[in-house]
Design a protein around this ligand. Structure first.
Ligand SMILES: [Fe+2]
Ligand SMILES: [Fe+2]
Length: 276
């Protein structure tokens, strides 16, 4: 079994200060093989905010990879936003903005869906799609292809932030290339399974994790996801913050893959599209 922690939307600069140390402690306690951070490391793409985000991630003392989110692009400096939108992120985060990784049977690919031309809506670029599909096609038959992106490729019911540009056309192509699991953030809202129910199994398991730390007024879905993955058998456990600012595991969601489709393994623990 391979264990991932999915963290997203840290928003350093507008973070819940009381959750920072408990989050670090809880992630460490999970002892994942890899921590995946799907963007919005900072709140306003400022140097000090990136610095604090990276200090937090390095302080986990675990392997991690990150991608940018829309908040990692300058908002008010229009020159920077248009001419060098990812300069601050790249200065703070060494290596590729779209890192890949191999962990056990997992093949992890990433897309940078942040679009400087849009405040909220994301974009799946053709060059990312091409690279991701080519990589996934090379995965051995017993491997598990996972995509990480900031913006959800499909919005859960009730959300109208704008579909990620290019995603609807890309999903069938990525499915044909062997995509099995998508990890995304941005909505600061939980939706595990995204459309997978006992009646409607799906080829792609989409895990939409809440915000790790964002302290804006009205934010309630604080936590992270733990994924325990075997080929064709995945358990997703949300870890949620309580009123005492500590994180605890909630009911797990287990999915099995049969005939190329994900099914809920046990209705007592899996509820399909499920805001928590
Ligand atoms: Fe965010
Ligand atoms: Fe975002």
């Amino acid at each position: 079994m391979t264990r991932l922690v999915h963290l997203t939307d840290l928003h350093f600069g507008r973070e819940r200060a009381d959750l920072v140390a408990p989050l670090q402690e809880a992630v460490r306690a999970c002892a994942p093989d890899l921590v995946i951070v799907s963007g919005d490391l900072s709140h306003r793409a400022r140097r000090a905010q990136f610095h604090r985000a990276m200090a937090f991630l390095r302080g986990l003392d675990l392997p991690f990879l990150t991608i940018p989110g829309n908040h990692d692009v300058p908002l008010f400096n229009l020159v920077a936003r248009m001419l060098f939108p990812f300069r601050g992120y790249c200065r703070a985060v060494p290596g590729s903005m779209t890192p890949d990784a191999e962990v056990g049977p997992l093949r992890i690919f990433s897309a940078n869906t942040a679009d400087p031309h849009s405040l909220r809506r994301g974009i799946l670029r053709g060059r990312d799609l091409k690279r991701i599909c080519a990589g996934m096609r090379r995965t051995p038959g017993d491997g598990v292809n996972i995509l990480v992106c900031h913006h959800p490729l499909r919005e859960p019911p009730g959300f109208e932030r704008g579909e990620t540009k290019g995603a609807a056309q890309a999903l069938p192509q990525m499915q044909a290339a062997g995509l099995q699991i998508v990890l995304s953030g941005h909505l600061h809202h939980w939706a595990i399974g995204l459309g997978i129910t006992p009646e409607t199994p799906q080829p792609i398991l989409q895990v939409q994790t809440g915000t790790a730390l964002c302290g804006r007024v009205g934010e309630t879905d604080h936590g992270f996801s733990v994924l325990d993955i075997r080929p064709d058998d995945v358990t997703v456990t949300p870890w949620l913050a309580d009123e005492a600012s500590s994180f605890h595991p909630a009911a797990p969601h287990r999915y099995l893959r049969r005939d190329g489709l994900w099914h809920i393994a046990d209705q007592r623990v899996g509820t399909g599209v499920s805001p928590l």
